[in-house]
Design a protein around this ligand. Structure first.
Ligand code: CAA
Length: 282
């Protein structure tokens, strides 16, 4: 596999494009908004600079990596020669179903269609295409250039050969793949989000303050970030929407989002990206 298209130039999309390009793939980075593509290239350049500064790559590697990324605002021309498409658009089911309908029309018949969704059913996404056996979840973690895991999610109809190809490809990217099945939240968010929700409940019920909750988990459990800081980093709106998927998907009250999280999202306190969540960002 040599040609990969990435849909969406946001945080996850630019990280995914970065990692593929750094590992020798030709990447078509596609976004409807031209300014988002410019911003993504600048971010990738900045993140490559960190690696140059750490001497893990050279200035020439940086130039070659950026040289392997081509940007497109038109999906049809951006995906037509791709062997793999990785969709990393906003986490919105209607948007993703619409993108996959279009991908199915414009991508080559043999191309694998992957989604970086953090919680939407792969089976549901695959069902809007005429190639459900070639649709799979390829869930990268943020920050993509740093985090080792790729959670690979088999939809109900995903072909085992497709899974094997995506596993091998993840290894080629220097990542560690873990194959799981398509149930709400998969594994990563089925376990992570209840922990974050419990941390928010602990704050809501006055058991401890923000710093205390995060310090207990950082120093006591060796987590790099406490759960409230991590929630801010992921985005409180994203956490809330994943909890809704778990709550609705399992029909179990244990996944009900904490009312404090609901209030914060309603009030626009979304974490780092909005300037304030559990912490303030200046
Ligand atoms: N691109 C490239 N490199 C980056 C980077 C980026 N965007 N962000 C950080 N780095 C590098 C730094 O250069 C540094 O490199 P070295 O180890 O070579 O020095 C390294 O990562 C550590 O960065 P910092 O020293 O700046 O900061 P840190 O030590 O506090 O680590 C962190 C930052 C890696 C983000 C760390 O805090 C961490 O691992 N946090 C938890 C992240 C996490 O849990 N992510 C998963 C979120 S859930 C998700 O993504 C899925 C979902 O569905 C919700």
């Amino acid at each position: 596999m040599q040609k990969v298209s990435v849909i969406g130039a946001g945080t996850m999309g630019n990280g995914i494009a970065h990692v593929f390009a750094q590992n020798g793939f030709h990447v078509n980075l596609i976004d409807v908004a031209a300014p988002a593509l410019e911003k993504a290239l600048a971010t990738i350049g900045k993140n490559l600079d960190r690696q140059v500064a750490k001497e893990t790559i050279t200035e020439a590697d940086k130039t070659a990596t950026l040289g392997r990324i081509t940007t497109y605002t038109d999906m049809a021309s951006g995906v037509k020669d791709a062997e793999l498409v990785v969709e990393a658009a906003t986490e919105n089911i209607d948007l993703k179903l619409n993108i996959f309908k279009q991908l199915d029309q414009h991508a080559a018949p043999g191309a694998i269609l992957a989604t970086n969704t953090s919680s939407i059913s792969i089976t549901k996404i695959a069902a809007v295409t005429k190639r459900p056996t070639q649709v799979i979840g390829m869930h990268f973690m943020n920050p993509v250039p740093v985090m080792k895991l790729v959670e690979i999610i088999n939809g109900y109809a995903t072909d085992k050969e497709v899974t094997k190809k995506i596993e091998a490809l993840s290894v080629q990217l220097g990542k560690v793949p873990c194959v799981v099945n398509d149930y709400p939240g998969f594994i990563a968010n089925r376990i992570l989000m209840p922990m974050i929700n419990e941390a928010i409940y602990s704050l809501f019920e006055g058991v401890a303050g923000v710093n205390e909750i995060d310090t207990v988990m950082k120093l006591g459990m060796a987590h790099p970030m406490g759960p409230l800081q991590l929630a801010d980093f992921i985005g409180l709106d994203v956490c809330l929407s994943i909890l809704h998927v778990l709550h609705q998907g399992f029909g179990n009250p244990k996944y009900a989002p904490c009312p404090l999280l609901v209030n914060m999202v309603t009030a626009g306190y979304l974490g780092a990206k909005s300037g304030e969540g559990f912490y303030k960002y200046t």
